[in-house]
Ligand binder design. Sequence first.
Ligand code: MRU
Length: 358
Amino acid sequence: MKTVEWHDGTVKMIDQSRLPSEVVVLELHDYKEVADAIRTLKVRGAPAIGVTAAFALALAAVQSRAKSREELLSGLHEAAEFTKATRPTAVNLFWAIRRMMDKAESLEPLPAPAIVEALVEEAVKMAQEDEETNRSMGEFGASLISDGDTILTHCNAGALATVDFGTALGVIRAASEQGKRLKVFVDETRPVLQGARLTAWELQQLGLDPILITDNMAGHFMSRGMINLAIVGADRIAANGDVANKIGTYTVAVLAKENKIPFYVAAPFSTVDLSIATGEEIPIEERNPEEVTCIAGQRIAPEGVRVANPAFDVTPSGYVTAIITERGVVWPPFRDGLRQISGTCDYPTPTRTNEERQ
Ligand code: MRU
């Protein structure tokens, strides 16, 4: 099945907190349960969070007993605020909720049941678009990958982080489907281990035989020429190309630059937030200290120790070689490139030599 699906008036999703030991499918009937699944990382990854939030609003509409469109819209506003409060960094969450609310408000002259139907349709359409977007991103990104490349990825930007196919892993998958032979190193990605639990699992399912490393090993392999390209996803990209992604991404980017390795970011255009000028304005989620003091429920730190647990960091655009989107590959200067692809026309992918890529 897909990571998250609309199924007969319910939301079905793979419970990612249980992977890889168990594949459990949840069937949720209430938008608050869906929002809770986002908060507790049962579903995670920016594009998947966006589509799940759209499903939460569709569910709120289906559940509603409103007799008038005013009542329905007021209930939807409440559900939107509740869902927005789950995770602050991935802009896809806010983008998806805005799109659903715009849809609901644009249908104001219709009676309430017609609005409900239109909202379900819109959410299902967003899920389909997500998959198409990722396949297109995969095609653009695969052109940057050569036969024999050894690639490092951080966190999980695979099918599980989207409805299907993935962003950064989608690029790897598309390149592999073109017959390119690849070796993929996977950072385990502490504290919640999305790399070890999800990316390693996904790559195994794809037959790509990944090599799992702890987060502090990447520099070692890069310095020995054993990694020649890094690719990650993103949770929010500012207008100047600064990239918020899973904590530890900045470290990978700095190491890549130091070792003259291209550092690519693959993300749908819905992850680009042109309303903010730089990464400094991106809100960074602070998560439960227990994610740091415990691993798989086992305490590893002394009682009473103070903990910091930012879930994301910001990689300044100067470390980013290119941003791969479904509309094309954007090269520096990102401010111009991102603005150009925000229009309706497709932006051609310029060709670069290996030296220029770094
Ligand atoms: O905390 P998570 O697991 O939601 O963080 C996910 C990431 O940081 C991903 O790299 C990002 O959302 C891109 S997913 C295509």
